[in-house]
Design a protein around this ligand. Structure first.
Ligand code: NDP
Length: 444
């Protein structure tokens, strides 16, 4: 059995009931086969892959808090500090009822390579809780965040582990968590990113993931001789990533015609009204059903369906495993030329393979959505300098980083004889740097 297959088998055996983690390890290691085979003897001797798939540390803790009725609620908190070979652990905190250890591990594992790809000195980590901020009062969210941070603050710090936002963790949650960290530790330091602008946040961080997704997608299309201007785009999700992806796509002269949330999706043939979307989701925290009151000619549908629309480009920006094989077939049949992942692992393995083997350009999340973490790292730099850069300066750096990532993934794929396979290219480019650092630091 090959070394890669042995390690995949080991991961499944050692971590039962963690299917998302198995999927992420499989996806990454499969695509690294060429590199692993070229260095097999050395990697085996150093148990390099076994070390790579084993988190340096994983924390699981009780988060008790009191709801508005005086009832005590108990959630589970997680922080997986996966790999610090190239810098302090860095990765978001997800607050969603579906969160469990396997999901946090899949996200943390992917984060190692994504962070490496940005070219910035940040290791990989991820955390969160099965707490659902939806439908909770501000006071309840604060009570949860304070309890969560009371435990988490023992394990994080500006030079050790710097969490950020993710699904369910936006500016409000980061604010409450930061306040509690400062109160307990007595430190005003860059321990979280995604902070408000009045207390150390970076301009352009809110926009970064969505904007970065478009910078990379446009560059990938350009390398392949296709202009993004004038193209029609399907977007899923209506959260932070989706909103700013739509905004930047429109600025680039493309037209996004869909958005979705966990209950349904909208189709607006004239292009999604970003101001209306922001009002519904960022200000009123309401459902997408409201969109029709802003745009009477748009359509609202229950359930899933954004990938059934005829478009040139698809940008899945909601959650994992939301673009299935059937969707990939429909998109391809409808003439879609590019898919780029705004969310983490939104495309199933079978769907990815189908798209790639049918000539659709495919940018994996670890490259395409790296703009968020890259800008978080820029926020860390500004905090260390105690300076704030202008929006234009951060945005210009973000754009350079995304263009570099695009060329790195394209070049790495070509170097290993897989031209145009950006999944392989992104994994190899991220992996090579982490592995070189791990080897240099000995058996730790
Ligand atoms: P938000 O919480 O702002 O938005 C998430 C969106 O996805 C919402 O529209 C939500 O709908 C929908 N959604 C969430 N879970 C499900 C589900 N199980 N089924 C269907 N729809 C769902 O999150 P973000 O926009 O920040 O994150 C989206 C994705 O991008 C995630 O995969 C995240 O890990 C990834 N990402 C985010 C980064 C960032 O900087 N924000 C950086 C890199 C990656 P509803 O409102 O109904 O819940």
């Amino acid at each position: 059995m090959s070394y890669v297959d042995e390690v995949i088998e080991l991961v499944v055996k050692k971590n039962p009931a963690e299917p998302e983690f198995h999927q992420a390890v499989k996806e990454v290691l499969e695509s690294l086969r060429v590199v692993v085979e070229a260095n097999e003897e050395r990697y085996r001797k150093d148990a390099l892959l076994e070390r790579l798939v084993e988190p340096e540390r994983q924390l699981k803790f009780r988060v008790p808090w009191v709801d508005d009725n005086g009832q005590v609620q108990v959630n589970t908190g997680y922080r997986v500090q996966f790999n610090s070979a190239i810098g302090p652990y860095k990765g978001g905190l997800r607050l969603h009822p579906s969160v469990n250890l396997g999901i946090i591990k899949f996200l943390g594992f992917e984060q190692i390579f994504k962070n490496s790809l940005t070219g910035l000195p940040i290791g990989g980590g991820k955390g969160g809780s099965d707490f659902d901020p939806k439908g909770k009062s501000d006071r309840e969210v604060m009570a949860f965040c304070q309890s969560f941070m009371t435990e988490l603050c023992k394990y994080i710090g500006a030079d050790t582990d710097v969490p950020a936002g993710d699904i369910g963790t936006g500016a409000r949650e980061i604010g409450y968590m930061y306040g509690q960290y400062k109160r307990i530790r007595g430190l005003f330091e860059g321990v979280l990113t995604g902070k408000g602008l009045t207390y150390g946040g970076s301009l352009a961080r809110t926009e970064a993931t969505g904007y970065g997704l478009l910078y990379l997608t446009a560059e990938m299309m350009k390398i392949n001789g296709i202009e993004i201007a004038g193209k029609t785009i399907a977007v899923s999700g209506s959260g932070n990533v989706a909103i700013y992806a739509i905004e930047k796509a429109h600025e680039m002269g493309a037209k996004c015609v869909t958005a979705s949330d966990s209950t349904g999706w909208i189709y607006d043939s004239e292009g999604i009204d970003v101001a209306a979307l922001k009002e519904i989701k960022e200000v009123r925290r309401a459902r997408l059903t409201e969109y029709q009151s802003y745009r009477p000619n748009s359509e609202y549908h229950e359930g899933r369906g954004v990938w059934s629309v005829k478009v040139d480009v698809a940008l899945p920006c909601a959650t994992q495993n939301e673009l299935h094989l059937e969707d990939a077939k429909t998109l391809t049949a409808n003439g879609c030329v590019a898919v780029a992942e705004g969310a983490n692992m939104p495309t199933t393995l079978e769907a990815t393979e189908y798209l790639q083997s049918n000539g659709v350009l495919f940018a994996p999340g670890k490259a395409a959505n790296a703009g968020g973490v890259a800008t978080s790292a820029l926020e860390m730099s500004q905090n260390s300098e105690r300076l704030s850069w202008t929006f234009e300066e951060v945005d210009a750096r973000l754009q350079r980083i995304m263009v570099n990532i695009c060329h790195d993934m394209a070049d790495s794929a070509e170097r290993y004889g897989c031209k145009g396979n950006y999944v392989i290219g992104a994994n190899i480019a991220g992996f090579e740097k982490v592995v070189a650092a791990m080897e240099a630091q000995g058996i730790v």
